[in-house]
Design a protein around this ligand. Structure first.
Ligand code: SAH
Length: 543
């Protein structure tokens, strides 16, 4: 019998999900529970029941997992950030290690060894950036974080992940808002001024940047805000970012400095880095140094190499290796980040680096056309992974080694699989825990160009496979998992098969036709067609 809303059940938690909730099975049906830990036996109250899965709330723990600890954060059961506050750090690391291993094996079909995850020495206060959504009610400013999968603000100005000075900055904003009649932005009406408080700290120097993201052109009572913020130790830059768009993207394109410096300066592996508000910068300074050190090791530089660093942000990865590089080319799409990268080369006296503001694929094509043959290619794309069209250019550029840095093991695995078909073998991977207490994990991988003869064999193999190669890209279970993880919707193999068939992807016999003559098959409903198509696009099986 399947579960119904408001049922109370006893559930054994078997695993954690990619999004950080926990999962167990009841009569074969998956039940997702926030707040569970693998190994817990708990009492779960069903809040949503679908045909094949249910979502539940943990009411009480009957037998705690040996890995369960009590959360040290008063907000953790409401805020969507730290899913692992109830778990020992060693269990968290084990889970993340397994997650990377599974992704490489199951999604990527990659059998490269995965080295032990590099854990963090500091699991609290490690972040160097916070973006607090705000709400002002009767002059009182509430800043905090969005609750899990919602835009409801959980008030919190002392998050355990953030530097302690950030609480003082929030207090300064609150005082200013109260005395200046500041309104907060309302997503529904598009009215109101203050959208986010955006704070950044350069951990190595202690410099802090405080930024008000506003739906307007200027701040009321700006001098008061500057006075309050500049009195806080470390604050050396106060700015206003203008974002009048109806969007979830936090920052707008334009930033005005209203006090102090245009950027803050951090130090990574002995090199100085200036960072503007719009530039990407790794959020965990100490773990970032470990990550870049491994990336440097995987690059195997001797000083004679040409290196292309695609998706380079403020130039950080390439520049930390610049002393051992002959010529470095960096590519990044955000103009402010490229300006930072150029300045970063200059302030470190690095003159063997060139930076381009462009789309990674477009720039790679141009570099390739110019005959630039990198010895080492660094890829550090955003969560969604590399653009699929980039891989043909990579193949033409034919670097000897690729260092791939990724914050999403699923898209990493997908890309490693494509790179394998382009002649690049993953040699080894190292997960690095950049985001303790949250479900995210970073991974760095070394790939090398296969020997020409093996590579030719493989090319032939792939050609022969041609029509079925897209079939090989993601299994039915991976497609199901993707849709389920993202939308909590179950799709059957039959429906996947129907959508694959619609797109001309060769089908396995068993799902292709009904076994009995004249038997009518259920047809995939249009809303599920859309989800399956999205998954196929995600796995690059259709464009
Ligand atoms: N390597 C950097 C940045 C990695 S984050 C570091 O370690 O700090 C990924 C970067 O890719 C971001 O800076 C983002 O702005 C950039 N990016 C996203 N899409 C891009 C594209 N199509 N072409 C080039 N850069 C892109």
């Amino acid at each position: 019998m399947s579960l119904k809303k408001n049922d109370d059940i006893i559930l054994k938690i078997e695993d954690m999900t990619n999004e950080g909730s926990s999962v167990g099975h009841y009569d074969g049906q998956a039940v997702f529970v926030t707040g569970g830990v693998t190994g817990d036996e708990l009492c779960a109250h069903i809040i949503k029941a679908k045909k094949n899965y249910a979502v539940a709330k943990c009411m009480s723990i009957i037998t705690p997992s040996p890995n369960r600890i009590s959360s040290d954060c008063p907000y953790s059961d409401k805020c969507g950030g730290c899913s692992f506050r109830n778990m020992t750090y060693s269990a968290e690391l084990e889970y993340k290690q397994r997650r990377v291993e599974n992704a490489l094996k199951r999604i990527g079909n990659i059998d490269a060894p995965v080295r032990d995850i590099i854990g963090a020495d500091e699991i609290n206060h490690y972040r160097n950036k916070a973006q607090y959504p705000v709400d002002v009610q009767n002059g009182e400013l509430v800043a905090g974080f969005y609750a899990y999968k919602s835009h409801r603000i959980v008030p919190c100005n002392s998050c355990l992940l953030q530097p302690e000075e950030f609480s003082l900055c929030i207090d300064a904003f609150s005082k200013w808002a109260k005395e200046s009649g500041v309104t907060s932005y309302d997503e529904k009406t598009g009215k109101g001024l203050l959208r986010h408080i955006y704070l950044r700290k350069a951990v190595a120097t202690g410099e802090i940047m405080a930024c008000a993201v506003i739906n307007g052109n200027s701040l009321p009572n700006e001098n008061l805000l500057v006075e309050l913020l500049s009195g806080i130790d470390g604050v050396c830059s106060v700015c206003v970012n203008i974002n009048k768009n109806d969007t979830n993207v936090i920052l707008g394109d334009q930033t005005k400095i209203i006090y102090g410096k245009e950027y803050i300066t951090d130090i990574l592996l002995g090199k100085k880095f200036v960072i503007s508000p719009n530039s990407f910068y790794q959020v965990n300074h100490n773990q970032c140094e470990k990550l870049y050190s491994i990336a440097g090791k995987y690059a195997e530089l001797t000083g004679n190499e040409t290196v292309v660093d695609l998706y380079c942000g403020a130039g950080t990865i390439g520049l930390t290796m610049a002393d051992k590089i002959k010529t470095l080319y960096g590519v990044e799409i955000i103009p402010q980040a490229i300006e930072n990268a150029k300045l970063n080369a200059e302030i470190n006296g690095i003159n063997n680096a060139e930076f381009f503001c462009a789309d990674a694929f477009e720039a790679a094509k141009i570099l390739e056309n110019k005959g630039i043959k990198p010895d080492v290619l660094i890829l550090d794309p955003p969560r969604k992974g590399c653009q699929s069209e980039l891989f043909d250019v990579v193949e033409k550029m034919s670097p000897n080694r690729i260092v791939y840095v990724s914050c999403d093991s699923a898209t990493l695995a997908r890309d490693l699989n494509i790179l394998d078909s382009k002649g690049y073998k993953a040699v080894e991977a190292t997960p690095v825990d950049m985001f303790p207490r949250t479900p995210h994990v970073e991974t760095v991988v070394q790939l090398v160009r296969k020997k020409p003869d093996t590579y030719i064999d493989i090319t032939v193999d792939m050609d022969e496979l041609d029509l079925t190669s897209s079939e090989a890209k993601a299994t039915y279970d991976e497609i199901k998992d993707y849709i389920f993880d993202k939308y909590r919707v179950k799709v059957s193999s039959l429906y996947i098969a129907q959508v694959k068939q619609k797109h001309g992807i060769i089908e396995r016999d068993c799902y292709n036709n009904s076994k009995k003559d004249n038997q009518k098959q259920p047809q995939c409903p249009p809303e599920k067609v859309k989800l399956i198509e999205e998954a196929l696009r995600h796995f690059k099986m259709i464009s």
